[in-house]
Design a protein around this ligand. Structure first.
Ligand SMILES: Cc1cc2nc3c(=O)[nH]c(=O)nc-3n(C[C@H](O)[C@H](O)[C@H](O)COP(=O)(O)O)c2cc1C
Length: 180
């Protein structure tokens, strides 16, 4: 199974990156840092089709599991990650063969805030987008780091539980057991 984490923080080596590092100790996956690429806002005339987005999508669709990780910015996903999701519309409209490859793939999502409380409905856009794209949503967790230090023990446990559950959910999904 090929796995990729898509990191959507506005700083490549910030708190979200710390969570990514910990997760990658338990789950073997590649990393795509959106902050290192140019992903412009969605444009109805597809004027931004020559930035990095479509080139990245062509690579992303070759993975089986896509894990989105975003900091919590104003109770929501980061602007960088939202721009990424908006741009999937480009792919659906002008590069259908690429977007079709997402069907049957797995999606998960992680948030990283400074508050320990998960924002109500935070993961709905991820779940709904997975449904829309024909992907199977295999779960999410909220993590947090206070005062730019190191994640607390409880977050470390959440991450390892999440990593273990991910594998189980995929292995026992109707798609993998041949029931679908
Ligand atoms: C623009 C901005 C908005 C933020 N809004 C929230 C918020 O609504 N809730 C929260 O818990 N933390 C909020 N934070 C704190 C970040 O979510 C937190 O520090 C996170 O771990 C930062 O990750 P990063 O270093 O990868 O950007 C905000 C930070 C920034 C910069």
């Amino acid at each position: 199974m090929r796995r990729i984490i898509i990191q959507g923080s506005s700083r490549s080596k910030g708190n979200t990156c710390k969570i990514v590092k910990i997760l990658r100790e338990g789950v073997r996956c590649d990393l795509l840092d959106l902050n290192l690429h140019t992903i412009n806002h969605y444009n109805y005339e597809h004027k931004n089709k020559h930035d990095d987005f479509l080139m990245l999508m062509r690579q992303i669709v070759e993975y089986d599991l896509i894990i989105f990780i975003t900091p919590v910015y104003w109770y929501s996903m980061s602007g960088l990650m939202k721009a990424f999701f908006d741009r999937i519309t480009d792919c659906l409209k002008i590069e259908k063969e690429t977007s079709r490859k997402l069907r049957g793939k797995y999606m998960a999502a992680i948030s990283c805030g400074s508050d320990d409380k998960e924002i109500e409905g935070f993961f709905v856009p991820f779940q709904k987008s997975a449904d829309y794209l024909g992907m199977t949503y295999v779960g999410s967790i909220h993590t947090w780091i206070e005062r730019s230090s190191y994640p607390p023990e409880i977050v470390l446990n959440l991450i390892s539980e999440f990593a273990a559950n991910l594998e189980n959910k995929i292995l026992t999904s109707p798609r993998e057991t041949g029931l679908l």
